[in-house]
Design a binder for this molecule. Structure first.
Ligand SMILES: [Zn+2]
Ligand SMILES: [Zn+2]
Length: 345
């Protein structure tokens, strides 16, 4: 089986060879070593998991949308997406992995399509390339690159915003009266009116992952029968400490059968040294997967670590309530490990 080593995530420990793991890795996965003492990531080669998103409104569960979690492994083509990053010499048989989450939904007149995608690349920069794009009633794009640059593990972040004023006539609104002048649009939600802001770079701790990869690390915890692990996660420009803790076991019912599951709690804590980085972000809380805030409960199938149910709270300011319970429940699956099976009826 091919192994993918993330040179970028080994920074600070390059002299120490990665500990050899003798446990048989699950077939059909790309193993991504993150460095000594750090859990490996396993990327399923062509897995697709479809979930229903339900919101608990007290009297009933409301189906508000769908989430698809998928992953894949392809041949690595050096030079993409960064032409300047140094590619390893034996580039012939290297592979790159990717994981993707697509959430679609609508509620009243609000429509949403939200895609998160992380590419894991066998090169120094970026070694992780994470994109976050939202389409629908609101449009926005974010990009995060993680890798070694100038000898330091670096995160480069950029996001878009409504264009503040340019000469592109397509950004101009028609005059309001016949003798008026066409003027640059001041504010709207159109995707065509958005422009990238300058990228911002910062140094980050060894082993830092993005939020989506963190969910795949929860699978490793279950597969390798571990109790807990802690690692840094970067959200936009800010680093948080994420702790995964194994909890109880329970049978979870889904439309595609009942599964024997293991709970993994994903808790986020604030790092004191992150204090003065960015005022705007200091005031906001960590926005976890699917917008869930606070602790995320991930129920994974006990043998394979396939996620079956994800639970948490959505911060929705409505009259009388400020939070809603959300449940993301498996409904269809494809190319999961052979041992992933519902319990006999
Ligand atoms: Zn403009
Ligand atoms: Zn506009």
């Amino acid at each position: 089986m091919l192994r993918l080593l993330l040179p970028a995530l080994l920074i600070g420990s390059l002299a120490v060879p990665a500990a050899e793991d003798n446990s048989a890795p699950p077939a059909g996965n790309l193993r991504v070593d993150r460095g000594p003492g750090m859990l490996a990531l396993y990327i399923p080669r062509s897995e697709s998991l479809e979930f229903d998103v339900e919101i608990d409104i007290g009297i009933a569960d409301l189906d508000v949308g769908d989430v698809e979690l998928s992953s894949g492994v392809d041949a690595y083509v050096p030079g993409l997406p960064s032409a300047t990053a140094k590619a390893p010499k034996n580039g012939d048989d290297l592979e790159r992995g990717w994981v993707r989450s697509v959430a679609t939904g609508s509620y009243l007149s609000y429509r949403l399509e939200h895609e998160l995608k992380t590419r894991i690349l066998p090169q120094t920069f970026p070694a992780l390339f994470h994109t976050d794009s939202q389409r629908g009633s609101e449009n926005r794009n974010r990009e995060l690159k993680i890798g070694v640059r100038d000898g330091a593990l670096t995160a480069e972040f950029r996001s878009d915003a409504h264009c503040k004023g340019c000469t592109n006539r397509e950004h101009f609104n028609e005059p309001k009266w016949i003798w008026g002048k066409a003027e640059h649009c001041r504010k709207c939600k159109k995707l065509e009116h958005r422009a990238w802001k300058d990228a911002v770079s910062r140094e980050i701790p060894a082993g830092t992952l993005d939020m989506l990869s963190a969910v795949y690390l929860a699978r490793t915890l279950v597969r390798e029968d571990l109790e807990t692990t802690t690692f840094p996660v970067i959200d936009r420009q800010k680093v948080w400490e994420v702790t995964l803790t194994r909890g109880k076991t329970r049978r979870i019912k889904t439309d595609s059968g009942t599964f024997d599951c293991q709970l993994v709690q994903l808790a986020t804590s604030f790092l004191a040294e992150e204090n003065d980085k960015d005022e705007e972000q200091n005031s906001s809380t960590f926005s976890g997967l699917f917008g869930i805030q606070g602790t995320i409960q991930i129920w994974l199938e006990r043998k394979t670590g396939v996620p079956v149910l994800i639970e948490g709270e959505l911060p929705i300011p409505l009259p009388l309530v400020d939070k809603l319970d959300v449940r993301v429940r498996l409904k269809r699956y494809k190319n999961t490990p052979a041992e992933f099976k519902p319990l006999p009826k």
